[in-house]
Design a protein around this ligand. Structure first.
Ligand SMILES: Cc1ncc(COP(=O)(O)O)c(C=O)c1O
Length: 456
């Protein structure tokens, strides 16, 4: 594009776009960044400057990397043939993708299409509410969520959100959502309990008992918390959560919006822990951002409960997502899945994730500001602290200065932001699943330099 045209674009952006999750005031004096093209793990901005993207499109999304011609062709061919029909009818890619997906999710059997992670999660909440009404005399309607987890942006998804700053000023919220404590051992209020994983799960049980198990329908959890600080659950946690949920008849709703489709080195995050979820939601990596698609996946038992009385006009899931009928999503998702399989990207994610975690650990020797590194696969975080003994978090602005320094070096990394007051101090890394050693080294060189400059 000619320079004069790109200047027009920047002007149109500045004058008319309301960007997501950004404070616009600073843009009165600087240009917004317009991303113009991408290939592999690299993107170019409107000035032609190239960046190595260590966060897969900013928010853990472009798992197979940019510029995949085969996905573009699959979408093009599909939408020319048949672009849309409401999902009350079927279409070819949605049936084909459902079959492939279910093949990766033993124990589950039904796929419900939607178009965002928030929306898929809301479907899960609606199933619980309707089940309570249809089968439990209105009981078992409450939904538990965890401190630091995030499940989406709508008012009800925020009602299930454990990130105080994301919720601030958006209440009142939907009733019937109850918080349980987080499971971040590094911030264990009991201080280094070796049995912390089991105890953190027992904290959930205490909430169930306090609320009355007869009123609790489900618990919605991220397998590994993303924006709340990249929290890998401690040993013993998931086994105990499963045991507690089985004991009190609480459905397990796994929010795989970030972890799903390979991000952690398995198809789904929960598969590291032997959990048997009743519902799984996914979005970002399902089609790597080439088309909007989200899915809610359930087991057959759940599906059956919504079809056991044909005489009752209300005995079915009375829900629709208009764009859940777009064929571009499943067409892109099918090709995305093929790429992950054919290019062996799960194995690459595990190998490169282990390497990156190890190298990040190595940076701790040099930079005492890194309090802890954690993660699984290519989904990693480094928590920054003033001092390793006190674990006092660095101020958000200083963590953001590290991100800005990396950006100035041409490397895009992330940081938890405006989520948990006082604890927006974890650097986030989620390179595409195609990352190679030299990409990881390049990212970590930038981080090394930035930490040195920001913290001295
Ligand atoms: C764990 C998790 N769940 C749900 C969502 C919401 O997804 P969406 O932005 O597609 O609505 C997000 C978004 O970041 C997320 O991180």
């Amino acid at each position: 594009m000619k320079p004069e045209n790109i200047n027009d674009i920047v002007g149109s952006d500045r004058n008319h776009l309301w960007h997501h999750l950004v404070q616009h005031k600073p843009w009165q004096s600087t240009d917004p960044m317009v991303i113009v093209e991408g290939k592999g793990m690299r993107v170019k901005d409107h000035n032609g400057r190239e960046y190595l993207d260590a966060v897969s499109g900013g928010v853990w999304t472009v798992n197979v990397g940019y510029g995949r011609e085969s996905i573009a062709n699959a979408v093009r061919d599909q939408i020319l043939k048949m672009c849309y029909f409401a999902n009350s009818a079927g279409n070819i890619p949605s049936a084909q993708f459902a079959e492939k997906l279910i093949d990766k999710m033993p124990g589950l059997s039904r796929v419900y299409y939607a178009n965002s992670g928030s929306e898929a999660n809301e479907k899960g909440f609606k199933l619980v509410r309707q089940l309570a009404a249809m089968k439990n005399d209105g009981k078992k309607h409450k939904i538990l969520y965890r401190d630091r987890d995030y499940h989406g942006t709508t008012i009800t998804a925020l009602s299930a959100g454990g990130q105080v700053q994301r919720k601030d000023q958006y209440g009142p919220f939907t009733p019937g959502f109850v918080e349980v404590p987080h499971c971040l051992a590094y911030r264990d209020p009991r201080g280094g309990d070796p049995d912390y994983g089991v105890q953190a799960a027992r904290d959930i049980e205490k909430v169930i008992l306090a609320e009355d198990p007869d009123t609790v329908g489900s618990i919605c959890l991220e397998p590994i918390t993303a924006g709340g600080g990249v929290i890998v659950p401690p040993e013993g946690y998931w086994e105990t959560v499963q045991e507690i949920c089985s004991k009190y008849g609480v459905l397990i709703h796994m929010d795989e919006v970030v972890c799903g489709m390979g991000r952690t080195g398995k198809w789904f995050g929960y598969q590291h822990y032997g959990i048997r979820p009743d519902m799984v939601t996914m979005a970002k990596g399902v089609a790597s951002g080439y088309a909007a698609i989200a899915c809610l996946v359930t087991n057959e038992g759940m599906f059956d409960k919504f079809k056991d009385n044909a005489e009752d006009p209300l005995n079915y899931f009375r829900d629709i997502s208009t764009f859940g009928g777009c064929t571009a999503g499943p067409a892109a998702a099918l090709e995305n899945l093929r790429i992950i399989e054919d290019e062996n990207l799960l194995a690459n994610t595990t190998a490169m994730g282990d390497y990156m975690l190890d190298q990040l650990g190595g940076l701790m020797d040099k930079h005492s500001v890194i309090g802890q590194v954690r993660g699984k696969g290519l989904f990693l975080g480094a928590e920054l602290v003033e001092d390793r003994d006190s674990r006092v978090p660095v101020p958000e602005k200083r963590a953001q200065a590290v991100v800005a320094d990396c950006m100035a070096q041409g490397v895009i990394i992330g940081v938890t932001n405006r989520s948990i007051p006082g604890y927006n101090n974890t650097l986030c890394f989620s390179p595409a699943l195609i990352a190679r050693k030299d990409d990881i080294d390049h990212i970590l060189d930038a981080v090394d330099g930035a930490l040195g400059r920001v913290f001295g």
